[in-house]
Design a protein around this ligand. Structure first.
Ligand code: TYD
Length: 240
């Protein structure tokens, strides 16, 4: 009995050390962190983004909040097309890539190099899911983006079922355009949930806002703790 317990005691710290060591080694954006919020429209990404910023500030970590499409020239063109009429898939894809390339160069990489936490409301997983829903292969989109866009440390995929909203629209016999958009949202969600990357964590966003934030906070602290950074609960030291 004692022999078996001894064996377990020995094995566990070695496994834990190897696991933590591996996570430190693969932390892709040192000295900064890249945390991304993704999910279908209405998932509450901007609220969570504010929570994350406050959480970082409370820990003495400098952070930058940003979003895609950006307010730069390509991003504004995309936003305009959403109001005035959708572009072809090819043109849309090209603009999202140009917008992102500029965002990476001007905002994301400089902040990461300064050791900041970059919090993004949408990134290239949105292109995989939304333009994927229009017909382009999601995995191809991910690979193309990863040629120039830094991989996130963490993607919080805020997930909820838009079916309830869709049923309401159906019952109302609402405008086909609205219906079409809602149908497309189901497809976007399906693609999001099928994306395969080790940094994606799916968070159930259908609950109370405080519960959703708690689930996100746990994931964020797990990422910060790869460098032994203190969590609020542990109340230990902060990163210099
Ligand atoms: P959204 O986050 O809703 O911006 P805002 O709240 O500021 O209006 O993004 C606008 C839309 O852009 C949204 O419906 C998803 C879409 N989108 C794509 O289709 N592909 C992408 O690569 C990105 C980043 C967004």
């Amino acid at each position: 009995m004692a022999g078996i317990l001894d064996g377990k005691d020995l094995r566990f710290p070695i496994t834990a050390f190897a696991f933590n060591g591996l996570r430190i080694m693969i932390r892709p954006n040192a000295p900064g962190w890249l945390i991304v919020l993704e999910g279908i429209d209405g998932a509450g990404k901007s609220t969570i983004s504010r929570h994350i910023a406050a959480h970082c500030t409370a820990r003495g970590l400098a952070c930058v909040q940003s979003a895609e499409p950006t307010r730069g020239p390509w991003g504004l063109k995309l936003r305009q097309s959403m109001v005035e009429g959708r572009l072809t898939l090819e043109d849309e894809l090209e603009l999202f890539l140009k917008d992102r390339a500029e965002h990476v160069e001007q905002v994301i990489l400089p902040a990461l190099r300064h050791g900041k936490v970059v919090i993004l409301d949408r990134y290239y997983l949105s292109t995989a899911a939304y333009q994927g829903a229009r017909g382009v292969a999601p995995e191809w989109v991910l690979t193309e983006n990863e040629r120039f866009a830094p991989k996130p440390d963490l993607v919080l995929l805020l997930d909820f079922d838009p079916a309830a909203g869709l049923a309401r629209i159906r019952a109302r016999g609402d405008a086909p355009n609205t219906f079409e958009q809602a149908e497309q949202l189901l497809e976007v969600r399906r693609i999001f949930l099928g994306l395969k990357r080790p940094f994606i964590r799916v968070v159930d966003a259908s609950g109370e806002p405080a519960v959703v934030w708690e689930a996100c906070r746990e994931q964020i602290d797990a990422v910060f703790n790869t460098e032994g950074l203190a969590t609020a609960r542990e109340g230990a030291t902060q990163r210099p």
